[in-house]
Structure formats: structure tokens, C-alpha cells
Design a protein around this ligand. Structure first.
Ligand code: ADP
Ligand code: ZN
Ligand code: ZN
Length: 716
């Protein structure tokens, strides 16, 4: 006799169908079993799913027309109820089909494997695992870098670390570890992990980092410490830089329980970890925890959900927490839900750098590096110390301009300028990728004089090389400058080798984008300079000041990490607004004061975290079509009772072009939905989905290419 099974599939074409597909199976299949099923002409990987409680099995289904499951991948244990709850929650909350979220959470290689191939793979893995465990003693883990060459062993804790770990052990959390840069947060993460793993022979921990390439040291440190204890297979990575085969291996190790620690980027929040006891989210404020495509989930927020669901502790950490997490960690008496753990001091009483502001109103006109900053950098070079200079713009110049007519290097396909890259004399659009050789003469008037306008990291590097040409290092050698940005690190391994140069002391001045400002434990940097940070002060995005403050604090945190350097390190800011409150707070390294003033403004303006937002974005061949779709959808929301009833409790803003209105000839518009209640917003969005899908099918909306909902958007 045949049984009916519900199966989730990744079927973007049918994205209106949020539920599962029904198939026939000879055996009862527990929910969470991986299967292969036919769909049309294709055979797809699917996951058997629970029967939705509000949807009794459809008696009207004609069993004669149902198709049987092709294969059951039952060599793998079923994905457990907690994992399925996470998927269902994420799909519901971020307004996507459960099948899409579930299948995207599985390693891509699994999609093309037969059960036989999978069985072989598992056998092979079991063999290497056995071989590895016997080889634990001759540990092949990466050697930890940096001064603390003994990171493999737990260190003697500072008083603050010890106190914080005690609080962690005695409470349930979630926790927000608010620790200054260089306060030793990583050691806290490692010891909390060590304790939980020691408590149970099967416990697993998930450790998330924003971008694994930018935090290689964290990976090294965890591997050095835990491979030694639990074997090389006990720590696996999970990020998009891995090959499909590596990702599959990591996933299988986590799913089978062989991996005790999963280190990964945001995608790792969906790893199947049957014995999950701890989730660490390092640099929890980092925007890269929010996905920019598909289900636009926040891995940090899902970590909180997952921890509660599975009874795992959740530990968020940052020197500059997101205002959301900061607000959640206010005292419990005021409604806080996270426990704030504080480590204000740097290890070894290292001082935070002194912040110096250069008033650019009083510097030579259009100078890039002001004379006092230049002198300070030269002094560092002569002393054999390192400086880090950053500018958030790569390329040589953001615009090329004709000195005669109005021509500028606009991208013909985007609402943006193409950036001038001197190294290969190209104009490149950083949005659509269009790359062309720089024209010899102005395309509009034929003038020979076309000049770069503004500056990027490439030009800054060139400029500094000229300015510092006569400066000598203590060994009499000329100054060595290296640039690190997306252009110089395109090739695999390039970033690692450039960072190794910096760590090795081969570099005197490091120039780059915000890429260099994050996470690295540089030991010999004593000066950090932000060349042109003002832009974000007056941005229309209400989160811009938060991002700027955190970037500058992180950047400042790169300086003065070595106790051997006794004089105080410095953070320089070149600004036209030296008395701006953001810079005042930065000068005092006072994140709490900055956060308090921002939260006050947000409360007055009823913005997140005091309200909840979602964006509907539409893309079309014309702005009219994109906005037209949004207007029709909004009218539909007013017409239908299930959505109209909620409109009193939320605001549906008018459709507007996005800040980047056109990319690759696609026009983009958006509409903001806002409510003081998360529940109301959620109910509205769920009910409105059908309207949006329907609106898209109207003849007026022919030109619409796609639309999507972004819940808790970060960029507005
Ligand atoms: P954070 O992540 O808070 O910026 P790190 O974890 O990178 O700080 O720690 C800064 C430095 O201090 C690292 O080199 C680390 O090895 C070292 N460190 C951490 N804890 C201790 C300790 N208890 N004793 C000595 N050194 C420590
Ligand atoms: Zn011209
Ligand atoms: Zn373009």
C-alpha cells in the first residue's frame, strides 16, 4: 500500500506555491528525509515535510494522478524537528517559500547525488575520519600566527574575561558581549565553547564570523585550540569560498555530529547540527550577516531564534554592537531581553588610540593628505612603525571628466559613474561590471583633456608614494606601501599573502578600503587614518551614522595592539566637520554615549528598533512600470479586508525610485511598510503576499521583471 508524503522542493517558477508537494511512497518516510522526486520532466532533490496542522491531507487528491518518490536518500539520518522548525520560521518570517529556504540551506552538491553516490561518500568520510582520529597526536592544524604563538593552549584569563565567562556560565542568555577592540573577546568565545563541549561528549558549537577571508585569524585560533583536543575533523568551515565538495563534506560532518565546531559565515546558521549547544556571533553588528538575495534573512536574528528553539546558548559579540542588539541588552527592568557582558579594557592595559581631528577647512585647498597627517605618517615610517590609511572608494578616481564640456564617465546602463582604474586604463562600472578602455579624447567634444575627479585608493597609494618618496625606514630603505582592496585581492590567496606582508613587518604604510579596518589583529600599527569619512554624516540612510561610527571604532581598534610599543597610538580623521557629535563620541571611544543619542533620535522618529520595517522592491524596464506595480499592490492592500484591517496599525509609504535607481538597464523602485508592532507587520505581509502575486499577473504589470520583500531591511 502506498503512503502520501509531503515534499518540499526548490521551485522558483512555482514560488506562489509556498507549501509542499504530495507524492506517493511505499514506506512511511519520517519528515526531514531527503528524497528524489519527479517534477515535470525533471528529477529534483526534496525534503519530506510535516503535514501542516492547519491543512489536513487533501482528500480530493486523486492517488491515481500522484507520482511516486523516485529514491530515498535514507543513508542519511533525517533532518530533525529543530532544523525543520528553523526553516519554517525563516520562510514565514522572511516571506519566502519553505522549499526555497530548505533547499538553499543544503549543500548544492547534494542536489545531483544518487543514494548510491551518497552512500559511497559517507563510507569514504568515515574511513578518513577513523584514520584522522588515530593521527590526532601528530596534529596537522595550522600554526597560529602573531605574537601569541601559544593560542593552542588556553591563556590565563584577565579579570574581565574571567568575570564575563562566569556570567555566561551562570545565565541562560542570549548574551551580548560588549568588549573593546583588543579586549580578548576571541579567548572568551573559545573558553565558553571549550566548556560546553567538555560538558557533553556530543555537544556542538556554531561560531559565525562576518567574512571568513577577513577574519582568518579567528579560524586559525579555533582550529589550533580545538583540533588538538578533538581531532582535525572536529572543526569544519562553512562559507561560499569553499568548493562544492568541501561544502558537502563539512555539511555531512556537522549533520552526522562528527564535527563539534562549525565555523562559518551567515549561511552556516542553517547548518544541520543535531547536538547544537552554543551559537557564537562574532562582530554581530556586521551588515554581512544579512543576506542580500533570495530569502533576505539576518543570520544574527535567526541565531537568536535557533538558540531559543534548541535550548542552545547564544553569544553575540562586538565592540560596536548593532543598535538593535544594544537596545535588547538594556537592563531587564527596562525590558531588555539579552544579558550584556562588558569588557571595557584592552588586554595588558593597552590604551585605545588618541583620536585627532584635522580640520580640513584650514588645510591647503583640495589636498588629499593634509600636511600634519603626512608628517605623522613620515614619523612612523622613520621609527619603523606601521600606518594604516583608509578610504572607502577603490579605483583611481570615481569619475573622469572633460575639462571643456560637461561630459562625465557615466555608465550608460546604470545611474552611476564609471570608475577610472589607472592600472589598466579602464573605466569600470562597479554596479554592472561594464569595462571599457579610457577614451583618448572626450567622447562628447573631442577635447584631449579629460581629468580624474575625486580620489580612490589607487590614487591615494600613488599620492602617498610621491609624498613619502624621501622618507627612509630605520634600515635606510625607502618606504614600502601596499594597497589592499577588492581590486588587489581578486586572486585566490592574494589577500592572505598581502596580510602576511603586513604581519611580517614588510610594509610601512597600508592603504585600503574598509576591508582592512575590520577584525585583523595587526600588532605594529600605531597610526590609523580615515582620509575622507564625512560622506556618511549627511546620508539619507538613517543607519549611515551607525555604520560610520562602527567602522571608525573598528579601524581605531587596529592601532596600538602591541604592548611593546609604549607611546600612544593615534587615529586621525580628516574632516570638514570636526565638532560633529559623532566624532566627539569617537574621540572619547564612547560607544554607549553614541548609541544613547542615536537611539533617542530613532525613538523620536519612530524608527527601528522602535518600529519594524519591510521593503517591497520591484524591478522593471521602466520606473513607471516598477512603481506602477507597487502602487497597484498597495491599492489592493486597501481593498482587501484581511490586509485593509491592519492598515490602521501600519504605514504604507508611496513607491519611490531606489537610491541606485538603475543597474544594468533595470529600473528599481521600492515601497516601505512600517509598523510599531512586529506581529502586525508580519500578519500584513503574509496576507498581502497573494495580492502581490496577483498584481504581478495583471496586464499593466507586464514590464515587471521581479519583485521581492525584504523584512528588516538594512539599506533604505
Ligand atoms: P578582540 O577580539 O576583543 O579584539 P582578541 O581576542 O583579538 O581581541 O585579543 C587581542 C589579543 O590579546 C590577541 O592577540 C589575544 O591572543 C590576546 N589575549 C587575549 N586574551 C589574553 C589573555 N588572557 N592573556 C594574554 N593575552 C590575551
Ligand atoms: Zn568634452
Ligand atoms: Zn553600469
Amino acid at each position: 500500500m502506498s503512503h502520501l508524503v509531503q515534499v518540499l522542493l526548490h521551485t522558483p517558477v512555482y514560488s506562489q506555491i509556498a507549501g509542499a508537494f504530495t507524492y506517493l511512497s511505499d514506506n512511511v518516510l519520517p519528515p526531514g528525509t531527503l528524497v528524489r522526486v519527479p517534477l515535470g520532466q525533471r528529477e529534483l532533490l526534496g525534503v519530506t515535510w510535516d503535514q501542516a496542522p492547519d491543512q489536513p491531507p487533501d482528500r480530493a487528491l486523486d492517488p491515481a494522478r500522484l507520482r511516486p518518490v523516485t529514491a530515498v536518500l535514507d543513508t542519511l539520518p533525517a533532518l530533525n524537528a529543530n532544523w525543520r522548525a528553523l526553516i519554517s520560521f525563516a520562510a514565514g518570517y522572511y516571506q519566502r517559500a519553505a522549499g526555497e529556504v530548505a533547499l538553499a540551506a543544503l549543500p548544492p552538491q547534494l542536489r545531483d547525488m544518487s543514494s548510491l553516490q551518497l552512500a559511497r561518500k559517507l563510507k569514504k568520510l568515515a574511513k578518513t575520519a577513523a584514520a584522522d582520529t588515530s593521527a590526532v597526536s601528530q596534529n596537522t592544524c595550522p600554526a597560529p600566527q602573531g605574537k601569541a604563538g601559544n593560542t593552542a593552549d588556553p591563556v590565563a584569563l584577565s579579570a574581565e574575561q574571567a568575570r564575563v565567562i562566569g556570567q555566561f556560565q551562570q545565565n541562560q542568555g542570549p548574551f551580548l558581549l560588549f568588549g573593546a577592540t583588543g579586549s580578548g573577546k576571541t579567548e572568551v568565545f573559545m573558553q565558553c565553547t571549550a566548556e560546553l563541549l567538555a560538558n557533553s561528549s556530543r555537544a556542538q558549537a556554531l561560531v559565525m564570523v562576518p567574512e571568513i577571508n577577513l577574519t582568518p585569524q579567528l579560524e586559525d585560533r579555533f582550529k589550533a585550540r580545538f583540533c588538538q583536543m578533538y581531532g582535525n575533523d572536529a572543526v569544519v568551515s562553512m562559507h561560499s569560498g569553499m568548493t562544492p565538495a568541501q561544502r558537502l563534506n563539512s555539511w555531512l560532518a556537522a549533520h552526522s555530529g562528527a564535527a563539534r565546531i562549525v565555523l562559518g559565515t551567515r549561511m552556516a546558521v542553517f547548518a544541520s547540527m543535531p547536538q547544537l549547544r552554543l551559537i557564537v556571533v562574532d562582530e554581530e553588528h556586521d551588515p554581512s550577516y544579512k543576506s542580500g538575495e533570495g530569502a533576505r534573512y539576518s543570520a544574527r536574528d535567526l541565531a537568536i531564534y535557533r538558540g531559543r528553539q534548541e535550548g542552545a546558548k547564544v553569544l553575540l559579540g562586538s565592540a560596536t554592537p548593532s543598535l538593535e542588539s544594544w537596545h535588547h541588552s538594556r537592563p531587564a527592568a527596562e525590558g531588555g531581553r539579552y544579558l550584556r557582558l562588558e569588557m571595557p579594557s584592552r588586554i595588558g592595559n593597552g590604551q585605545l588610540p588618541r583620536v585627532r581631528r584635522v580640520d580640513m577647512n584650514h588645510q591647503p585647498k583640495s589636498c588629499i593628505v593634509s600636511p600634519p597627517l603626512l608628517a605623522a605618517i613620515a614619523q612612523r615610517v622613520a621609527r619603523g612603525e606601521q600606518s594604516m590609511v583608509f578610504l572607502n572608494r577603490r579605483g583611481y578616481a570615481p569619475v573622469l571628466q572633460c575639462t571643456d564640456c560637461d561630459w562625465k564617465s557615466e555608465c550608460p546602463h546604470c545611474s552611476a559613474y564609471r570608475v577610472f582604474h589607472k592600472i589598466d586604463r579602464t573605466l569600470r562600472c562597479h554596479h554592472c561590471g561594464l569595462t571599457e578602455r579610457v577614451p583618448r579624447t572626450c567622447p562628447a567634444c573631442g577635447n584631449h583633456d579629460i581629468a580624474p575627479l575625486g580620489r580612490g585608493t589607487e590614487r591615494l597609494e600613488e599620492h602617498l608614494a610621491e609624498l613619502l618618496a624621501d622618507i627612509r625606514r630605520p634600515d635606510g630603505q625607502p618606504v614600502r606601501i601596499v594597497r589592499i582592496d577588492a581590486d588587489t585581492t581578486r586572486h585566490k590567496g592574494a589577500l592572505e599573502s598581502q596580510l602576511a606582508q603586513v604581519h611580517g613587518g614588510d610594509v610601512d604604510v597600508l592603504v585600503g578600503t574598509q576591508m582592512i579596518a575590520k577584525g585583523h589583529d595587526f600588532r605594529r600599527i600605531t597610526l590609523v587614518a580615515a582620509v575622507n569619512p564625512d560622506n556618511a554624516l549627511f546620508s539619507s540612510d538613517f543607519r549611515a551614522p551607525e555604520r560610520l561610527f562602527s567602522l571608525l571604532m573598528q579601524a581605531a581598534g587596529r592601532a596600538g595592539r602591541d604592548e611593546a610599543v609604549t607611546h600612544q597610538s593615534e587615529m586621525w580623521l580628516q574632516t570638514f566637520h570636526p565638532t560633529h557629535p559623532l566624532y566627539e563620541a569617537l574621540k572619547k571611544h564612547d560607544y554607549p554615549a553614541f548609541a544613547a543619542s542615536q537611539l533617542k533620535e530613532r525613538q523620536q522618529a519612530a524608527m527601528p528598533p522602535f518600529s519594524f520595517q519591510a521593503l517591497v522592491r520591484a524591478e522593471a524596464r521602466s520606473q513607471e512600470a516598477a512603481q506602477g506595480f507597487l502602487k497597484l499592490a498597495s491599492a489592493a492592500a486597501e481593498r482587501h479586508s484581511d490586509t485593509a484591517g491592519l492598515l490602521a496599525q501600519l504605514t504604507l509609504y508611496p513607491a519611490v525610485p531606489m537610491a541606485m535607481a538603475r543597474i544594468a538597464d533595470v529600473e528599481r523602485a521600492q515601497m516601505l511598510v512600517e509598523s510599531p508592532s512586529r506581529a502586525v507587520l508580519q500578519r500584513f505581509l503574509s496576507a498581502w503576499q497573494a495580492d502581490l502575486h496577483h498584481t504581478r499577473t495583471l496586464p499593466e504589470c507586464k514590464g515587471v521583471l521581479r519583485w521581492a520583500i525584504d523584512v528588516d531591511p538594512l539599506n533604505i
